[in-house]
Design a protein around this ligand. Structure first.
Ligand code: HEM
Length: 421
């Protein structure tokens, strides 16, 4: 054991069942707080600390609020994480998305909770709607949404850039893509918030998931009767294997897209603006050289990986010298892997022009984020327009600096700037 590694007893005590007998006690650490962002100044410091102080593969009895059983293996090294994502002979995604189960439904979340080769046929169906070309066609709508929001606060000299901006524009873009009516905006946010941020409260999670399912099913019926020019309609009238999709497949896809499209970009935006608010030089650089934005966004994504994905072991095997048993859960700590010096030169430095930048934020392998091109374009437009229109900004003095944890944690971020005249 490394001299600077904290003993198991120094880790957060976790309630819950003891680890299974095959887990060596010296590999058990309960590092819940480290698995999501915490303090605003350096949200992922605890995750990096995991990388620096804990074994490459360890066992945690709690993980991101998602573990109700005995616990999970956590891996933190870049190459191990890639191995877990890419080796679908060893690792399965079936069962990793618990929300349908939590409300007593039997449909699978598609495509996230399917393994190849089954998984591939749904990606073939969905990929064209999320291709770079399809996403480019949304560009003028994204500009319009982003600029309408900036219009609302540009003259005021302050806003909560997370609450008034980052949490809103991705949801509006996503709702337009899916064809959901604007008036569902607040409902979607509160259902999504209950599911993804109130993980410790099962009733709230169930309320969020059930409310969303009731609405999504009614919308599916609407577009079944009256097809429209939107993605929900294309899914409802879509085919796999030369046959129409079943009810379970349709809700499995629409429900997962709804979850994936709501919060991820919002959280990434908030954490991106956090860094900018704390770093006026970086703001200035990106204002002066907007052509740096695409690469800078990859670096924002590397340093703020908002999702930690898990897999279930299909067979007994060894990972980084640790015995994993069939059925064990393995959580990939992206925030640690994205700071692995074996892959990233000088990983603690933020380099707006880092290249290559093969971060794990959208994972690797067959489940690589379907919405990554959309997310990148949204972030580029939102950031570009904000920097173009709003002068140098900083955190509002006295602002709350905690990051509300959650499956995908999103901080509030009040900022101020000087208004001319
Ligand atoms: C910065 C924003 C985003 C981040 C960090 C992110 C992250 C991720 C991650 C980590 C996964 C892999 C999960 C796993 O394999 O366990 C994933 C998959 C997925 N994401 Fe995203 N996502 C983002 C934006 C979006 C958006 C905007 C959409 C849709 C509108 C979306 C839709 C999906 C879908 C459908 C999958 C499942 C892919 C599959 O299983 O084949 N994501 N995302």
């Amino acid at each position: 054991m490394d001299a600077n590694r904290p003993p198991a007893s120094s880790a957060t005590a976790a309630a819950g069942a003891p680890p299974p007998p095959h887990v060596p006690p010296e590999l058990v650490f309960d590092y819940e707080a480290a698995l999501g962002p915490t303090a605003l100044e350096d949200p992922y410091a605890p995750a990096r600390q995991v990388f620096e102080t804990l074994p490459p593969v360890f066992y945690s009895r709690s993980a991101n609020g998602m573990t109700t059983g005995p616990g999970t293996w956590v891996c933190s090294r870049y190459e191990d994480i890639r191995e877990v994502y890419q080796n679908t002979e060893r690792y399965s995604s079936v069962g990793i998305f618990p929300f349908a189960d939590m409300v007593g439904e039997s449909f699978q979340a598609i495509p996230i909770a399917l393994d190849p080769p089954e998984h591939n046929k749904y990606r073939v169906l969905l990929n064209p709607w999320f291709s770079p070309k399809a996403v480019a066609a949304l560009e003028s709508k994204i500009y319009a949404i982003v600029n309408a929001l900036i219009d609302g606060f540009a003259d005021k000299g302050e806003c909560d850039v997370s609450y008034d901006f980052g949490r809103i524009y991705p949801v509006k873009v996503f709702m337009g893509l899916m064809g959901f009516p604007d008036e569902k905006f607040e409902d979607f946010l509160s259902w999504g918030y209950a599911m993804l941020h109130d993980m410790a409260n099962l009733e709230r999670v169930q309320w969020g998931a059930r409310s969303a399912l009731v609405y999504l099913r009614s919308f599916i019926e609407e577009v079944r009767a009256t097809p429209g020019d939107n993605l929900t309609s294309r899914i409802v009238h879509g085919e796999v294997d030369g046959r129409p999709l079943t009810e379970d497949e349709i809700i499995g896809i629409v429900f997962f897209l709804w979850t994936g499209g709501l919060d991820t970009v919002a959280a990434t935006s908030a954490l991106t603006f956090r860094r900018l608010a704390l770093d006026p030089e970086l703001q200035q650089k990106l204002r002066a050289q907007p052509e740096l934005l695409p690469e800078a966004i990859e670096e924002f994504l590397r340093t703020n990986p908002t999702v930690n994905s898990a897999r279930i072991a299909k067979v007994d095997h060894e990972l980084h010298g640790v015995q994993i048993k069939r059925g064990d859960r393995v959580l990939c700590l992206a925030a640690a892997g994205n700071y692995d010096p074996a892959e990233f030169d000088d990983p603690l430095s933020f380099r707006a022009d880092r290249a290559p930048n093969r971060h794990l934020t959208f994972v690797a392998g067959p489940h690589r984020c379907l919405g990554s091109h959309l997310a990148r374009r949204e972030l580029r437009i939102a950031l570009g327009e904000f920097l173009r229109r709003i002068p140098s900004f900083r955190l509002k003095p006295g602002a709350d600096r905690t990051v509300v944890p959650g499956l995908i944690a999103t901080p509030r971020l009040p900022i101020v700037w000087d208004v001319k005249g």
